[in-house]
Design a protein around this ligand. Structure first.
Ligand code: ZN
Ligand code: ZN
Length: 351
């Protein structure tokens, strides 16, 4: 979905500490912190409207073409630099054909029907992540794919593009393509982050467990010591003392929970769109008496064909199996054994 300009400005202000409410149609009321109001050159309590409205004097217009919107779009661009590129030539049809000849469908045959030049757009996203607990960790993960098919592109293509140098003028994108790309990033990044963060989480968990054991052991020792001295203590006083230890211990353990709770954040750090020539191999995948036609692609610099998207789980696969019913493309996890009738998650989802 293309964001509504007014909503976009409203969100941008909220992200910088403003309070924004929408009490009227086509309008927002915003209360800004002093420094933000100064920075924006507007009052600290303002009305934002989609377009200039003589019945609302003093209201600030935020629609397409307004200074307010342009300022916020420019700021958003700074936060997520976009460097687009056009790649012309470099199509290796022969190489694509020889890779396609070795392309494996685990339970079917592949017939090559046509090989030739074509073009396409790839989305190259870099996501910056941070994990904070008792310590701070940060890093980047890349995701490069064809937003039309979801196919993952060989990292060699990303290196090839990185070596191409200066970004070009922006690639023209349809809203549908941007939406598809945003959806794929949102669906695929969590799994990528999980893989990166798992060892960090394990390390933090080990430290938390060690501190937990230390606190529990310390108060246990205090309780044992108090019980050992029971001849000098009344039973009631001893019980009160032990209850006191338990409270102190629980307080310390609760603090520990806060200190070792993972706070994970991720944001799109850069987004590149690459409009490139590439080789296309039209193949027919044949399973028993059915077939399905698909295109495989090889962009410049890539050593491998783009990896098809599994229709069962949305990950990617270099050696798919096909389901019997609709010839859905399934990855090694969704169809670990390709012999016999497959249980197809994609057909399951169709009901
Ligand atoms: Zn799968
Ligand atoms: Zn299926």
């Amino acid at each position: 979905m293309i964001p509504d300009p007014l909503e976009f400005v409203g969100r941008a202000l909220v992200a910088r500490g403003a309070l924004v409410e929408a009490p009227m149609p086509d309008g927002l009321e915003a209360i800004l912190p002093d420094d933000l109001a100064r920075d924006e050159g507007i009052g600290d309590a303002v009305v934002l409207v989609a377009r200039a409205d003589p019945t609302r004097p003093g209201a600030i217009a935020c629609g397409i073409g307004t200074a307010m919107l342009e300022r916020h779009v420019a700021r958003a661009r700074e936060q997520c630099p976009r460097g687009d590129l056009r790649v012309r030539g470099g199509v290796r049809a022969g190489h694509a054909r020889s890779l396609a000849e070795r392309f494996v469908v685990r339970n079917g045959k592949v017939e090559i029907r046509d090989v030739g030049p074509s073009s396409g757009i790839y989305a190259l996203a870099t996501v910056a992540w941070t994990v904070e607990a008792d310590d701070r960790f940060e890093g980047l993960v890349d995701l490069a794919f064809d937003p039309v098919s979801g196919a993952l592109v060989d990292p060699q293509f990303v290196s090839f593009v990185a070596d191409m140098g200066e970004p070009d003028i922006p690639v023209a994108l349809s809203p549908g393509l941007v939406e598809a790309a945003a959806g794929m990033i949102a669906r695929r990044i969590p799994a990528r982050l999980d893989a990166v963060i798992a060892p960090i989480a394990a390390q933090i968990e080990r430290r938390a467990a060690r501190d937990h054991a230390r606190i529990v052991g310390y108060y246990e020792a205090l309780a044992v010591e108090a019980a050992g001295a029971r001849r000098r203590l009344e039973a009631a006083a001893l019980a009160a003392r032990i209850a006191q230890f338990a409270r102190e211990r629980d307080g310390k353990l609760a603090e520990l929970g806060g200190r070792y709770t993972l706070r994970i954040a991720a944001r799109l750090a850069t987004m590149r769109w690459v409009d490139t020539d590439r080789a296309r191999v039209a193949v027919r995948m044949v399973r028993r008496k059915s077939h399905r036609d698909l295109d495989l692609h090889l962009p410049p610099g890539a050593h491998q064909l783009d990896r098809l998207t599994c229709e069962g789980c949305d990950c990617s696969t270099a050696a798919p199996a096909l389901c019997d019913e609709h010839l859905h493309v399934l990855c090694e996890a969704c169809a670990p054994v390709a012999q016999g009738r497959l249980r197809c998650p994609a057909c399951g989802a169709l009901g």
